[in-house]
Design a binder for this molecule. Structure first.
Ligand code: ADP
Ligand code: MG
Length: 246
């Protein structure tokens, strides 16, 4: 029987807010619950690739698929863990913004590249790790997705950043992808005792209501150590506060 694949973009135009950490650990947690997962690393920095224990390899990414030079099936890599697969990233993806910026099908390009994977029904979830910009790769990712998950830090100006991305989401919903849903906003690297944290969380919850997940991810040293070992913290130290939250 064909499975219905759910595609979720993890996006925020700001860097260092916990996108990649969220992708890697949600993917790990889902795979441990017997869901088949494909992580697509769309950031040329390839932190999701490395965080899942793989190395960058020239030609193994979505880039040659976007160019029509490779089949998507040829760039899907298994990880050490069952049910958990990844399309790695490589530096060539850095050129995608400029190179594909004038392509007529640029908004549809990531969805089209992933279409055979969705059709195959091989995965329950496809998680897209977006680069930190509102550019064409992120926009095209949102066009390809059923849902979007926004990790944010409870910092000064958090609301301004949220306004930018939620406006982009609304524009995409209205123009090319009406099925795109804001799944939710998740606070990452939370220092619960800080006054500013409390104020920002209160403000964001006041504005976005139930779209803000009750679960927050605490700042946790095990979470920051895990990437250098190429193991999601959910597997490395499942009892740590960070892992439990994910
Ligand atoms: P982004 O993908 O948005 O740029 P990352 O997921 O790479 O953000 O996170 C940025 C940095 O913060 C990384 O070094 C990561 O290990 C660290 N980090 C992320 N979440 C946590 C956390 N809950 N506790 C401690 N460090 C974290
Ligand atoms: Mg990242």
């Amino acid at each position: 029987m064909e499975r219905r694949t759910k595609t979720i973009a993890i996006a925020n135009q700001k860097g260092g807010v916990g996108k990649t950490t969220t992708v890697v650990n949600l993917a790990a947690a889902l795979s441990a619950r017997k869901r088949t997962v494909l992580v697509v690393d769309l950031d040329p920095q390839a932190h999701a690739t490395l965080g899942l224990g793989l190395e960058k390899q020239p030609g193994v990414s979505l880039y040659p698929v976007l160019l029509g030079e490779k089949d998507v099936a040829d760039v899907i890599q298994p990880t050490k863990w069952s049910n958990l697969n990844v399309i790695p990233s490589e530096v060539d993806l850095a050129g995608a913004e400029l190179e594909f910026g004038t392509r007529e099908d640029r908004l549809q390009m990531i969805g089209a590249a992933l279409e055979p994977v969705k059709k195959s029904g091989a995965f329950d979830y496809i998680l897209l790790d977006c680069p930190p910009s509102l550019g064409i790769v992120m926009t095209s990712s949102l066009v390809a997705s059923d849902g979007v998950l926004i990790p944010i830090q409870a910092e000064f100006l958090a609301m301004d950043g949220l306004a930018l991305i939620t406006n982009s989401i609304a524009r995409i919903q209205q123009s090319v992808n009406p099925r795109l849903e804001l799944n939710g906003i998740v606070f990452t690297m939370v220092n619960a005792v800080a006054r500013l944290t409390q104020d920002v969380m209160h403000e964001v919850r006041g504005h976005f209501g139930e779209k803000v997940y009750e679960t927050t991810i605490p700042r946790n040293v095990r979470v920051s150590e895990a990437p250098s070992m190429g193991v999601p913290v959910v597997f490395l130290d499942p009892r740590s506060k960070g892992a439990e939250s994910y």
